[in-house]
Design a binder for this molecule. Structure first.
Ligand code: GLU
Ligand code: ZN
Length: 494
């Protein structure tokens, strides 16, 4: 039997970490089993649908390098793969259920349903939801409603007795009493639109889906889906509901924890291979040890047996670490074009690069590579090369516990050493030791000497290594900035 799995998102928002994790698990499972990965767009909820979300779905999958074997754009034998293009089909199947006595027309007005709801609330009745008013209408009653021009919905006849059980690969057997399943849910709305349940089950069947991997929040819908399969006389697929994705605090991952949309991660400069690798480990592991996997490796080793039952924790710090590792694996030539958009957007360079910028960036990339967590970090780390620093007063030059007069003295003496050292072409390490020795003479910490130099040159107390920064910036600008800093400090020394 060929494995056929699907990712079936509703384009009602940006693709988020949880959704992409579902997509990846399905994709890797298909590849590992020589099966097919199908993309299906579940856009039946027209109120929440947006073109932007649909585009974001395509962009996200293509950024991750996840190609679907069947689906929108590429087509396939079970198309169309966009539910809004399949409406006629759902109507046909829903009416077939009515003809078979498994579903029925309901003519209740929204006013009547609301009244039922209110009465249930007041009487605190055990019966909640639809009261099955139209379940046993006579042919005459039905004809009368139709004559009045009322357009009915179609509801599933959920059995009042018995239980429904389904098997989940991770959770085992899950059983629910039929009377606890929602009372006769709507399958087809009066405007002919299907509900999620109807369209989802029909499509999974018609598209030959063998395994359903989806978020655990869909478990409550599964008994209803099983009842639908039974009503149609179809065999349900294998279910594997995936563990939740949580933040470190054990709460469902949400905006409170940080970015959750893939677009955000992409814009900040996470690499697709890093995000893919890390997200694959949220709720799945290979042997509990190995962490690094390329896409090609995951396509081979992914298996359902290693999915955890426990929720997966999405750890932003760990993702940063992964991303840094993947960045450092890139050659300078690979990294440069990935950084350019950020530098361009910051207004530091214009493309195509002129010779002097090309040269500068060729020197910058290896220095900055060691320090990037995300690609966009390059902006703050290299700002000093493209903009003159702005110093907020003399205090910014002072190391911890060092006063302005001492800082002035330290910078003044360090400058003399630096200037002659650089002009004579002395080695960085020797020069660095000489400057560090000033700290002893001035009876301050080494940081008290280097901080003013660093801040003068880069405008920031965190920066690339000092001598790398100096060489990138060039001697003239370096000296000019230090002199400027000295002037600011001096003005505050009386
Ligand atoms: N359209 C549903 C969603 O957005 C699909 C759920 C399922 O996989 O059955 O998650
Ligand atoms: Zn009714």
């Amino acid at each position: 039997m060929e494995v056929r799995v699907r990712y079936a998102p509703s384009p009602t928002g940006l693709q988020h970490i949880g959704g992409v994790r579902t997509a990846l698990f399905n994709y890797f499972f298909a590849r590992a089993n020589g099966g097919k990965f199908i993309l299906r767009v579940e856009d039946t909820d027209r109120d929440r649908y947006s073109d932007e979300s649909l585009q974001d779905l395509y962009d996200t999958l293509s950024w991750l390098g996840i190609a679907w074997d069947e689906g929108p754009v590429v087509g396939g034998p079970c198309g169309p793969y966009v539910q809004s293009e399949r409406f006629e089909l759902y109507r046909k199947y829903a009416e077939q259920l009515v003809a078979d006595g498994k579903a029925y027309y309901c003519f209740c007005s929204s006013e009547r349903l609301e009244q039922v709801r209110n009465e249930q609330q007041v009487s605190k009745s055990e019966q909640q939801g639809y009261d099955r008013h139209c379940r046993n209408l006579t042919d005459e009653q039905r004809a009368e409603y139709i004559k009045q021009g009322i357009r009915p919905v179609i509801r599933l006849k959920v059995p009042m007795e018995g239980k429904t059980t389904f098997h989940d690969v991770l959770m085992g057997d899950i059983t629910r009493r039929n009377r606890d399943v929602s009372p006769d849910p709507i399958l087809l709305k009066s405007d002919g639109f299907p509900t999620y349940h109807l369209a989802n089950v029909i499509d999974d069947h018609l598209m030959g889906i063998t395994h359903i991997m989806r978020a655990q929040e869909w478990i409550p819908s599964a008994p209803l889906h099983i009842l639908l399969y039974e009503a149609f006389g179809w065999d349900p697929p294998v279910y594997c509901h995936l563990p939740m994705v949580m933040g470190k605090d054990g709460q469902k991952l949400s905006k409170r924890h940080g970015s959750t949309s893939v677009r955000d991660f992409r814009e900040k400069g996470y690499l697709p291979e890093a995000l893919m690798n890390y997200v694959s480990l949220v709720g799945w592991s290979y042997d509990g040890q190995r962490e690094f996997f390329s896409k090609e490796e995951l396509e081979q080793v992914f298996c359902l047996e290693k999915i955890n039952k426990a929720p997966g924790i999405f750890d932003y710090k760990k993702l940063d670490w992964f991303n840094g590792q993947y960045i450092r694996q890139k050659s300078d030539a690979e990294l440069l074009p990935l950084l350019l958009p950020y530098l361009e957007k910051a207004g530091f360079v214009t493309l195509p690069l002129d010779d002097s910028h090309a040269q500068l960036l060729a020197t910058l990339v290896p220095v900055v590579k060691e320090r990037l967590k995300v690609l966009s970090d390059v902006v703050d780390l290299s700002r000093f090369l493209f903009e003159e620093p702005v110093y907020a007063g003399a205090q910014v030059f002072c190391g911890k516990g060092v006063d302005i007069p001492t800082t002035y003295k330290a910078l003044d003496q360090a400058y003399a050493l630096l200037r002659s050292g650089l002009e004579e072409g002395r080695e960085d390490t020797i020069l660095e030791t000489e400057i560090a020795d000033l700290a002893g003479l001035l009876e301050i910490k080494v940081n008290g000497v280097f901080m003013p130099i660093r801040v003068a040159i880069t405008g920031s107390s965190v920066s690339l290594p000092l001598f790398d920064s100096i060489h990138l910036l060039g001697q003239d600008k370096t000296f000019a900035r230090i002199e400027n800093a000295l002037a600011i400090l001096k003005s505050e020394v009386r």
